[in-house]
Write a protein that binds this ligand. Structure first.
Ligand code: HPA
Length: 274
């Protein structure tokens, strides 16, 4: 990946809309309905965007929406790219880097997770406090793009304390219970075994998923202030007798879409653009 390619894509997006986004939102499985709240939307299928891959997962629309949400200029990925689809990590994080080149400095990542913490229930929302990168890979491997960030970036506060506090306050005001915990990222696409879930719990994970971490690492590298919110769609493997399925994941995510949408809207409404 080169800065030239990122600029090429950023210029294409600028040619499609005069709106210069300030906040980026990535919508996870079943969480797409938030996109419907974006006003004066310009919708661009990934297939039309130079240097973007195409999203292949059911429940992920595969389009970029640029417009206004609560008076803020936003760019929203309705559908993301996953490592298990076979893309290299630098393809997966390409959109985020393009947004930085466009001037975006705030990021909200969302996803579906399996709950490892035994106090979590299906349908809970969780603020990601920190993560375990267990993908066996890192999106910053390879030439460092010095214009974006340093070779060896600090990862002490990937998920902004300030935005986590804001999210918690918004949850309190809306009466939406918010969990907070550590997200473990595995590659998937197979769900975990019960033994793997026991291991992840011993390692300090509260939830497990197959996305988000490459994006969060790259955002942190570029100095973007990041918030990540997970929807607990199921108890992780071995906790209940129920088998895991993508259908269940999207169905539960869709059940919480009202709370999720209210929460993210309020967070964006109250975000300070500094
Ligand atoms: N494991 C991994 N990813 C997931 C899960 C899970 O149980 N649920 C939703 N995404």
């Amino acid at each position: 990946m080169t800065l030239e390619k990122l600029k090429e894509t950023a210029n294409y997006l600028k040619s499609r809309t005069p709106v210069i986004p300030e906040v980026a939102i990535v919508l996870g499985s079943g969480l797409g309905p938030l996109a419907e709240l974006i006003e004066e939307p310009v919708v661009i299928p990934y297939g039309d965007i130079p240097n973007f891959a195409k999203s292949t997962v059911e429940g992920h629309a595969g389009e970029l929406i640029i417009g206004n949400l609560k008076g803020k200029h936003v760019v929203c990925m309705n559908g993301r790219f996953h490592f298990y689809e076979g893309y290299p990590l630098d393809t997966i994080v390409f959109p985020l880097r393009t947004f930085k080149v466009l001037g975006v400095n705030k990021l909200i990542l969302t996803n579906a997770v399996g709950g490892i913490n035994l106090s979590f229930l299906a349908g809970d929302l969780m603020i990601i406090q920190d993560h375990l990168n267990l993908m066996g890979n890192n999106p910053l491997i390879g030439n460092n793009i010095d214009e974006l960030g340093p070779r060896f970036p600090d990862m002490t506060e990937i998920y902004s304390r300030r935005l986590r506090n804001l999210a918690r306050n918004c949850g309190d005001q809306l009466g939406i219970k918010l969990q907070e915990g550590v997200y473990a990222a595995l590659t998937g696409p197979s769900y975990e075994t019960p033994a793997e879930i026991k291991m992840l719990r011993l390692l300090g994970a509260d939830a497990v998923g197959m996305s988000t971490v490459p994006e969060a690492i790259v955002a942190s590298h570029m100095g973007m202030e990041t918030l990540a919110i997970s929807c607990v769609t199921n108890a992780a493997a071995g906790i209940s007798d129920q088998k895991l399925s993508h259908k269940e994941v999207t169905a539960v995510a869709s059940r919480v879409k009202n709370d999720f949408t209210k929460l993210v809207s309020m967070i964006i409404d109250n975000m300070e653009m500094t």
